[in-house]
Write a protein that binds this ligand. Structure first.
Ligand code: DGJ
Length: 394
């Protein structure tokens, strides 16, 4: 197996160095390789089980949070796992940071869908705040809720706070009462059929935003008031403000919603990005004064072509760019789907693109893609590399 090969190469290199008398000083340890798509063993020798995840840096340590995936189902039977590392290649299993619960009817009941967890640290409250996508047990993907949990320590245990839809009864920045009334006046019949020019126009004007602002039923489920929230990430800006970015409006449109100073709720301020663009899997970073977002299309667990957007402000306007991926299967995001973009601590302009290679028939065997982001004329490029080391950023 590849992982063994890599470890083998280290042992040989160390031996050769020792024999030649050219040993490096003890502090200079050769960086380990990052081989996307391969088995990534943790400190116990087990493949890391932290899918759809994100990495948070705190006091010199990286913490990787992700979905624990079972062998035969994508539903949550364990919860959110946590791993720690000081070098981004040796990962120690820290256990379950947020556990699903056995109480029937609980929001995070064992067997629910709990996806794409991300953790941010709030310096004001000194709490770690976890956001995730939640679907109530037995309801498919109908509820489209966010979930939020907090902890005093990075490894948890996190305490579940609540789940819900986002910004109930509230409309995006710039959408006036008059705009809302005009959308409400659109005859239902004229927009029954999706993907017609009239439907596109109505979606653009906020047809589903208006629908979801109030509690309603989809004919099968009672749905709470507020905007749908599925694939998601959170982002803390340089001024300390945090944002929740998620696929909303039946996965047609992304929303960027500001969080309160304690990072545990929405302030009510939000914008919509790429209406009817069908973007999932948002991953966001900032370089200088430009915000970049890499997303995927919507094809379930199957890979598709990544998309990229940029904006001069988190509030937009967001402009679409071509697919940033290069190399074999670049048109399918190297068979993966974006989940997070990790700024490397202490290095300027060093970002790692993180993606998941899903294995829906054997979810726990899903693999990871980590690739360095380079810049061509200040535009991000994600080029496939069979393996690379963090020395790349030196
Ligand atoms: C694609 C999403 O990106 C995943 O997180 C997951 O929700 C699957 N769809 C489910 O089909």
């Amino acid at each position: 197996m590849r992982a063994n090969l890599i470890i083998g190469a280290y042992a040989i290199a160390a031996l050769l160095a020792a024999c030649s008398g050219n040993e490096k000083p003890a502090t200079e340890v050769a960086a380990k390789e990052i081989a996307s798509g391969e088995i990534w063993p943790d400190d116990r020798g087990e493949h890391i089980n932290a899918h759809g995840g994100g990495v948070m840096a705190y006091e010199g340590t990286y913490y990787w949070y992700g979905e624990h995936k079972a062998d035969t189902t994508s539903s949550a039977y364990v919860g959110v796992t946590c791993y720690s590392s000081s070098n981004l290649t040796d990962w120690k299993y820290e256990g379950v940071a947020l556990s699903v619960v056995d109480e029937p009817g609980h929001d995070i009941e064992r067997g629910c869908v709990l996806e794409r967890p991300k953790v941010i640290y709030c310096p004001t409250t000194k709490k770690f705040v976890m956001w995730f996508h939640l679907e109530l047990k037995g309801q498919g993907y109908a509820q489209a809720r966010y979930g939020v949990a907090v902890s005093d320590t990075p490894t948890g245990p996190f305490t579940f706070l609540r789940s819900g839809r986002v910004n109930p009864g509230l409309y995006p920045l710039g959408m006036t009462e008059k705009d809302v009334a005009a959308v409400e006046a659109i005859p239902a019949k004229s927009v029954e059929k999706w993907w017609t020019p009239m439907w596109y126009d109505a979606i653009d004007r906020g047809l589903f935003v208006v629908r979801d602002a109030k509690a309603h039923s989809d004919g099968h489920h009672d749905l709470p008031a507020g905007q749908m929230a599925r694939d998601q990430t959170v982002y803390v800006d340089t001024d300390g403000r945090a944002y929740h970015i998620f696929a909303s409006e039946d996965n047609l449109t992304l929303h960027i919603a500001e969080l309160t100073p304690d990072f545990t709720a929405h302030t009510g301020r939000y914008v919509r990005v790429a209406p009817a663009g069908h973007n999932e899997a948002p991953a966001l970073f900032r370089r200088g004064n430009t915000y970049w977002m890499i997303t995927s299309g919507c094809t379930g667990w199957a890979p598709n072509e990544a998309r990229m957007f940029s904006a001069p402000s988190i509030w937009g306007p967001w402009t679409q760019h071509p697919n940033p991926c290069r190399g074999p299967k670049a048109e399918l995001t190297f068979m993966g789907q974006s989940t997070y973009i990790l700024p490397v601590e202490g290095k300027e302009d060093a970002f790692i693109f993180m993606a998941d290679i899903w294995r829906p028939r054997h979810p726990s065997d899903a693999r990871y893609i980590w690739l360095p982001i380079t810049f061509e004329n200040d535009v991000p490029v994600v080029e496939w590399r069979d393996s690379w080391t963090l020395d790349f950023f030196e």
